[in-house]
Structure formats: C-alpha cells, structure tokens
Design a protein around this ligand. Structure first.
Ligand code: ADP
Length: 525
C-alpha cells in the first residue's frame, strides 16, 4: 500500500514538474525531454523516445532517452515503417513489431510500450518506452504512460498554436511594414504603437520618433478638409455594435486634408480610422490607413480647370454663331448680299474654331492615355509652311508686323506637315495674343548637319522663369490680367510639345517679362 502510495506521489510530482515547465513556457524539446524522463523512470524502462507527426503525416523522433546516437537513424526508419503499416495490423502484430524494434536497439530489451499523443482526436505523435520485462504492459503501466502522454500532447498542441500565431504575427508585421499605404496602430488614447515605412516617407517622421507620441503630435494639419478624429471621439466615436462582430465598415472614420510634414512641406492625405474592439466590447486599438491623395487632388483640380476653360471657350463661338444666324434669319428685314456673306463667313470661321477646339481636346485626351502622338511624316518644306502661316496671320492683325527669316537653302525635312503647321500657327497666334501693344513678330529658321530649328520671336509681355517652367503643362495658363481677357484653353503649347516630341525634337522658351519671348523648336533632319 505504501509502495503504491509512493508511486502515485512520484507520478504526481513528475506531472507537476512537466506542467510547471509548460507554464514557464520552456521550449517544446525541454518539455518533451522531461515527459520522456518521467515516463521511462516511472515505468522502470531502459530507453524511450517521443516522435511527433509533421504536417505531411511523417513521424520524426524529437526526443530520446538512453538511445545511442548511431541507432537513431534505424529507429526512425522502423518507426516510419510501423506507422505506415499500423492500420493493417492487429494488436498482436503491432506488439510483435514493437518487440523487434526493442530487440534491435539492445537484445536485453524485451518490451516496448507505445502510446499515441492525441489532442481533440488529432494524432500528434507517439511516446514509446522500452523495457527489459517480458510480456505485455499492465493496465497500470498504460494508465501512467497515458497521463504523461496527455501532458505532452497539450504541450505539443500549445507549441503548434504558438508557432501558428507567431507566423501570423510576422506575416501581419511584414504586410504592415511593406504596405504602399501608410499604416499606424493607435491605442484607445490615440498614442502611436506602430508606424510603417510608407508613413515614414509620407510624414518625414522616423518610426522610432513617432512611436509613443500622441497622434496630434505627428499628424499636424496645415489644412483639414474632411473629418476630425478628436472631435469625433468627443462625440462618441467609435460605437461598438455587439450584433455585428468585432469591426464594422460603417464604424470607420475618414479624415482628409493637407498634412504638415516634419520637414515643413505639405502633403495631401486621406486617413481612414478603423476601431478594433475586444469581444468584451471595449476599444483595443484604432488602425489608421493613410493614403497620399496628391494625384487624386491634382486630377480633381485639372478637371475643374478643364470644365471652366472649355465651357468658356465654347461659349464665345457659340454666341457668335447663334447671334449671326438669328440676325440673318429675321423675316422682318431683307439683308443685302454683302452683309449676308459677312455673317456667313463669321459662322463658318467660328464653326472651324469650334471644330479645332474639339480636335485639340480629343488629341489631348488621347495623349493622356497613350503618351505619344501619331504622326504621318512626309517630305515637307518647313519654310513654306511658316510663310503661309505668316501670310494668313498678317491679314488678321494691323498692329503687328510679321517678318520671315529663313535661309534660301533651308532643306526639306521628313515631317508631318499638318501637325507642324499647327505648332507654328499656335506660336504665331500666341505671339500676337500676348503682344497686345503690337510690334514685330519674327518667324525664322536655321539648320546644321543634324537638326532644323524654327523660332517665333515677339516683343510682348514675356513671362517669369516660374511661369516658363509650367508653360507646356496641360491647361496651364499664366494668371495675369491679359491672359484672363484673352481667349485660350492652355492646350496650345501642351499639344505643340507633344507634336515636336513625336518628331523626336524639343521645344523651349526664352523670355523676359515686359520685353518679349522667343519660342524655339528643333527637330532632327
Ligand atoms: P492658351 O490657349 O492659353 O494661349 P497655350 O498653351 O498656347 O494656351 O499657352 C499657355 C500660356 O502661356 C498662355 O496662357 C500664356 O499665358 C502663356 N504664353 C504663351 N505664349 C506666350 C507668349 N508669346 N508671350 C507671353 N506669354 C505666352
């Protein structure tokens, strides 16, 4: 009786030691070693092993006791063989196999007791103790071994869960770090807990500096357009809705504006704040997703400039066409033929202008998606093209003197005549528009071995360097009193550059405010 009592005490002590090791979060091999130690000792065995099942269903020996290193490989093979055939064997055959396994380790060993490690019906591994006893294990032996196997199964299961969680954690950290969007994790008091790389780029704050600070210290607004997290939180955001799981989409908060970066620059951003609740309902974290919306803003701005310039530009010819058509159509007046012809000429010219405007818009929109303009080059006399432009525009202005300046041997070049004419027309038209006092406009050209150059020079209002830098942008118009009252869409120079570049050439401007400008383009010969 006393012996049995001692025995139970020892068993209990071992179990206690194992569970202590488990709660102290020692690594799995340590827990397996302790379990195996206890099993071999309690069953008065000589040797033992624990094998664990891997993801492919193969059993790998993870702990041994008393087994010499050189025997481990053979033991592994025997174990694999045993496991793969165990389904076809009855108990007696299985015991016989185990006995052979024991004998191959050491002829003295007569018995092997094997217990599966099982957790919630899942086979996790196998615990085997080898003994010198003949015959089979008693129910007591099995019961003891089972108690240790159960502990080991829990430890293995925990380790697997932990490894799974750890992997998930690392995966999340990698996603967070490498996300193209800025991501921040905040505590419920809006202190920053994590700060990814994209956010470092957007804010010019380093993660180490930002972590621990309050959100307001890092996200400072130069201008706040939509939303305000502090205000929303005072108003009770976020509300936890227990019927809809932990996070709900309509619980997010959107804030948008111009961020004042740490380096003093500004950046347009949009932040989506999403609350994360614990199952008990209290707020655990707020996840902030930050997006750079500069391009979106630019597109919006472009769109509104586009709508206002286009509607303005369309209105002028439409008003003229409608006015003349209405006048000529009056049945109470008989117009004399010269007035009718003048009126119809205006209608025709204004329709051409509308047509040209629509063409330019279509070309500009194609350029936007394809980035390259199609051209049909052919042998072209650029000096003759320029001469025709000068002739046409001379008739339209009394204030300006248009001069041609080309060498007589100006060579023929391979170019798209229609498109190049559009460029020269546009430059001459601008020279007239932006020299309202009149003056001389010179259209000339020169060439060398590789290139042909054409220039249009005026003595008009000129422009500053900042204005020159943006001149060739789509829809860009210098903002001054003259351009406000002068018609234009800001597409002329944008399209001119696209045409010249499609020819493999370049266009540039030299200008001095109040003195004049010269636009120069070069195309390869
Ligand atoms: P727009 O239809 O407004 O003339 P452009 O693209 O041809 O569009 O020109 C863009 C802007 O560049 C004009 O609005 C004007 O402010 C400026 N600009 C163009 N040509 C000249 C020039 N010769 N002198 C001064 N400013 C010019």
């Amino acid at each position: 009786m006393l012996i049995l009592h001692d025995f139970r005490v020892r068993q209990r002590d071992y179990l206690l030691e194992i569970s202590r090791a488990m709660t102290a979060q020692l690594d799995l091999s340590e827990v397996l070693r302790l379990t195996l130690n206890a099993s071999v000792a309690m069953l008065s065995g000589e040797m033992g092993l624990i094998a664990l099942r891997d993801v492919n269903g193969n059993y790998r020996i993870r702990a041994t006791m008393g087994v010499e290193n050189q025997n481990i490989e053979t033991l592994s093979e025997q174990l694999m063989d045993l496991v793969s055939h165990s389904a076809e064997m009855d108990r007696a055959q299985l015991d016989e196999r185990l006995r052979l396994m024991a004998a191959s380790l050491n002829p003295r060993l007569k018995q092997a007791i094997a217990i599966p490690l099982v957790m919630a019906g899942d086979p996790l591994g196998l615990l085997i103790v080898f003994r010198e006893y003949k015959g089979n294990a008693t129910p007591d032996d099995l019961q003891i071994l089972q108690s240790f196997a159960d502990q080991a199964a829990i430890a293995v299961h925990n380790a697997q869960l932990y490894a799974g969680i750890d992997q998930e954690r690392r995966r999340l950290a990698a996603i967070l770090q490498h996300s193209a969007d800025g991501v921040m994790i905040l505590d419920p008091d809006l202190h920053i807990l994590s700060f990814n790389r994209a956010l470092e780029r957007m804010t010019a704050w380093q993660a180490e500096e930002a972590i621990g600070l309050h959100l307001d210290d890092v996200i400072q607004w130069e201008r706040l357009d939509i939303g305000d997290i502090t205000q929303s939180m005072l108003n009770g955001w976020p509300q936890h809705n227990p019927h809809e799981g932990d996070t709900t989409d309509d619980n997010t908060l959107y804030v948008e504006g111009d961020l004042l970066r740490k380096d003093g620059l500004a950046l347009s951003i949009g932040i989506t704040y999403a609350p994360l609740f614990a199952s008990s309902g209290h707020l655990v974290n707020i996840i902030a997703n930050v997006r750079d919306i500069t391009n979106f803003r630019k597109a919006q701005e472009m769109q509104s400039i586009f709508i206002s310039t286009v509607s303005h530009e369309l209105r002028t010819p439409i008003t003229l066409i409608k006015g003349y058509a209405g006048t000529l159509n009056r049945d109470d007046v008989t117009w004399n033929p010269s007035i009718v012809r003048d009126g119809l000429t205006v209608i025709e010219e204004e329709s051409d202008r509308l047509n040209a405007l629509v063409d330019n818009l279509i070309t500009a929109s194609k350029l936007q998606t394809r980035h390259q303009l199609d051209i049909n080059p052919d042998a072209t006399h650029l000096d003759e093209v320029a001469a025709r432009t000068v002739e046409r525009f001379s008739k339209q202005t009394a204030k300006h003197t248009l001069e041609l300046n080309f060498p007589t041997d100006f060579p023929i070049v391979h170019a798209d005549e229609v498109r190049i004419r559009q460029v020269i027309d546009n430059l001459v038209s601008n020279a007239i528009k932006y020299a309202p006092e009149g003056g001389t406009i010179e259209v000339g050209g020169y060439y060398d071995r590789d290139t042909m150059t054409i220039y249009v020079q005026d003595n008009g209002i000129g422009m500053t360097e900042t204005e020159q830098a943006r001149l060739f942008e789509r829809f860009y118009r210098v903002d001054n009193a003259l351009s406000r009252k002068t018609e234009g869409t800001g597409l002329g120079l944008y399209l001119s550059r696209a045409i010249v570049e499609a020819h493999g050439g370049e266009i540039r401007v030299e200008s001095t405010p109040n003195e004049g400008s010269v636009f120069i383009f070069t195309i390869p010969r």
